[in-house]
Design a protein around this ligand. Structure first.
Ligand SMILES: NC(=O)c1ccc[n+]([C@@H]2O[C@H](COP(=O)([O-])OP(=O)(O)OC[C@H]3O[C@@H](n4cnc5c(N)ncnc54)[C@H](OP(=O)(O)O)[C@@H]3O)[C@@H](O)[C@H]2O)c1
Length: 258
């Protein structure tokens, strides 16, 4: 019997990376899953892996930047399973350009996907989470916790998400519902490929993080471990938990002075 046996768990952005690893880990622990993504082929491949781990899986395909999909996805989840125990707001994307070159379409899409979607998914899921005394994990970023050039609007979305976590957790605690954030540093997923920057710029950023993140790049499975911990930790709410490979306290100086 897994820790999340028969729990109904929604993982957004499960067609890839951190979301896929998290869905598989919940599947291994006996959860019943709703997984979401836009890319049908990748979402179905992720569903297959969850089913192979023994889970019942419902796939929701849709763009969560499209407002009408938010209530629709929650309604379909409840129709399928009769309730919700856990919501993992993981879907999101980044952008890498200085403010000087920022365009309003990208700015709006960042806030729609990374802030508006999780906030309203929480709103629509809350009545069911109150019934189950369930919990929410918002996948934020270390970018929310410090200054990072060329990713300012992305960092702003994650800082907003962290503050939403704190405020909303205080609204939810009286109902026995917990809300936490997890804040990964650099994880090797499709995220970097989707940044829409030149390979040269991507390589420069990755080289910089090689030094600044001394424990090394993090795997999606290591982030999933943190997400499952936050779901299991019955007295933890309102926190932003960094999984940072040493990034936040790194000076970038070599540890060996010789
Ligand atoms: N990788 C990192 O270094 C890193 C660091 C800190 C935080 N994070 C955060 O971790 C989360 C997961 O990222 P990842 O690294 O696993 O990236 P990823 O491999 O690119 O996965 C992103 C997932 O989100 C989905 N998604 C993105 N925008 C969406 C939208 N508008 N509507 C519906 N689905 C959408 C994608 O779906 P489709 O592919 O099907 O379109 C995909 O399943 C994101 O919130 C990201 O900000 C990542």
């Amino acid at each position: 019997m897994g820790k999340f046996e028969k729990k109904v768990v929604i993982v957004t952005g499960a067609s890839s990376g951190i979301g896929e690893a998290t869905a598989i880990d919940f599947a291994k622990q006996g959860a019943k899953l709703v997984i979401t993504g836009r890319n049908k082929e990748r979402l179905t491949a992720a569903a297959k892996k969850c089913k192979a781990a023994g889970a019942e899986v419902y796939e929701f395909i849709g763009d969560l930047a499209d407002f009408k999909n938010l209530e629709k996805m929650i309604k379909e989840s409840v129709k399928k399973y009769g309730g919700i125990d856990i919501l993992i707001n993981n879907a999101g994307f980044g952008d890498m350009k200085p403010i000087e070159h920022m365009d309003v379409e990208t700015y709006d899409k960042l806030f729609q996907s990374n802030v508006r979607a999780p906030v309203f998914l929480c709103k629509y899921a809350l009545p069911y989470l109150k019934k189950s005394k369930g919990c929410i994990v918002n996948v934020s970023s270390c970018a929310a916790l410090g200054a990072m050039p060329n990713s300012v609007p992305y960092s702003m979305t994650k800082a907003a998400l962290d503050h939403f976590t704190r405020g909303f957790s205080s609204e939810c605690a009286p109902f026995g519902v917990r809300v936490n954030s997890i804040n990964p540093a650099v994880v090797m997923t499709r995220f970097a490929d989707n940044l829409g920057v030149s390979d040269e710029m991507k390589q420069k950023a990755l080289q910089a993080f090689k030094v600044k993140q001394p424990l090394g790049f993090i795997t999606s499975e290591q982030i999933s471990e943190g997400i499952l911990f936050l779901c299991a930790s019955e007295m933890t709410t309102g926190v932003s938990l960094p999984i940072d490979g040493g990034l936040l306290h790194s000076t970038g100086m070599p540890a060996d002075p010789k």
